[in-house]
Ligand binder design. Structure first.
Ligand SMILES: [Zn+2]
Length: 353
């Protein structure tokens, strides 16, 4: 019997749902809108509805689902299964999300920080596959991050570790939402890139982005990249600066952790090589000269599905060990192995002849 874990990725706009089987083969994902005004009950209802839809769409029986993993923004207490607060969703203070979902679904549930889940997704199914140590930076509204060491998610003593987006890379620099100054996030998020262009234009710097802003009423990091490619000097400067600071972040990561890979994900990563090339270029210049750079920097493979796949992976890690096969299944597997063994022996014997 095939068995699955359900992954749920709770975002500020959408909740994503997907399945992952025991061999880490993901199913197609779907999403529902995140209800922002329905309170805790409404949010739980929406998550439960999505999980049931997933089970129905795949014709799963109750005993085929091993567990549920939820990736959620924080801060969290992962061991207690509690969301301490959610900046984007009002009224979500000290919500025992893990137990609420487990009770409503009747399925054991685990929660994880969303950026950690995305890193774990890339680790088990994507760009970090078969690497023991990897770090992921998720560049979106902010800069999320996850650290995988020896195949495990690093949480820290107080479960607030691996927040590379809030590493100070410019002392006394830009104010960050977290209350620090000069955080990586305040220089490299997709939001920051477009905001900085707007600010420089407001200070009188000329740019073709002025027309885009006037026409659309807003500016995205994609607009900035397009303007840069069309030769806009201001767009090129801001893009290059973001890549420079990301490269500083990557060098610092290497000095502390020496990972096999640093994976770049999130909305900004859809720029692909346009983003990767300047990061790697600055990284090589900034890197110490004691050894050659060995950590590989690359774009993630899973794009927007990294979080939901990783969340399901977290459930497999939490509950995969305890799930038992039925005696009949175990016997069937043993028989198959024995048969294969006999066949191998026979083949080897014939080859010797
Ligand atoms: Zn910060």
């Amino acid at each position: 019997m095939a068995r699955y874990c359900i992954g749920i990725d709770l975002g500020g706009t959408f909740i994503k749902f997907g399945l992952l089987d025991r061999d880490f083969q993901p199913s197609p994902t779907f999403q529902l809108p995140t209800p922002l005004d329905w309170g805790v009950d409404g949010l739980i209802q929406q998550m439960v509805a999505g999980a049931h839809r997933l089970i129905d769409a795949n014709n799963l029986k109750a005993d085929e689902v091993v567990g549920i993993g939820i990736g959620t923004p924080g801060p969290l207490s992962i061991t207690e299964g509690v969301i301490k607060s959610l900046p984007n969703i009002p009224g979500m203070e000290n919500v025992p999300l893990r137990d609420l979902i487990a009770e409503n679904m009747g399925i054991q549930t685990a929660i994880e920080n969303d950026a950690n889940a995305a890193a774990f997704g890339e680790y088990i199914c994507g760009a970090g596959r078969n690497e023991g140590d990897m770090v992921m930076l998720t560049l979106g509204t902010g800069v999320g991050s996850g650290i995988i060491q020896d195949g495990r998610i690093l949480h820290g003593a107080n479960e607030i570790g691996a927040e590379i987006g809030h590493m100070i890379i410019h002392p006394g620099g830009e104010e960050c939402n977290c209350g620090q100054k000069g955080c990586l996030e305040a220089y490299c998020s997709a939001t920051y890139i477009s905001e900085r262009c707007k600010r420089l234009m407001a200070q009188g710097r000329p740019s073709s982005l002025g027309k885009v802003l006037e026409a659309k009423g807003k500016l995205s990091s994609r607009d900035v990249n397009n303007a840069r490619k069309a030769g806009d000097a201001l767009a090129a400067e801001v893009w290059e600066q973001a890549a420079y600071y990301l490269a500083i972040g990557c060098v610092n990561i290497c000095r502390i952790l020496d990972p096999d890979r640093i994976i770049i994900g999130g909305g900004l990563a859809s720029a692909g090589n346009d983003l990767l090339e300047p990061i790697v270029r600055h990284f090589r210049t900034l890197h110490w000269k004691l050894t050659e750079p060995q950590t590989e920097i690359m774009i993630g493979y899973l794009a927007g599905d990294a979080g939901v796949i990783g969340a399901a992976g977290v459930a497999w890690t939490a509950f995969g060990q305890t799930e038992q096969e039925s005696p009949a299944e175990e016997q069937a597997e043993e028989d198959q192995q024995a048969q294969q063994g006999n066949q191998d022996q026979q083949e080897a014997w014939w080859e010797k002849k």
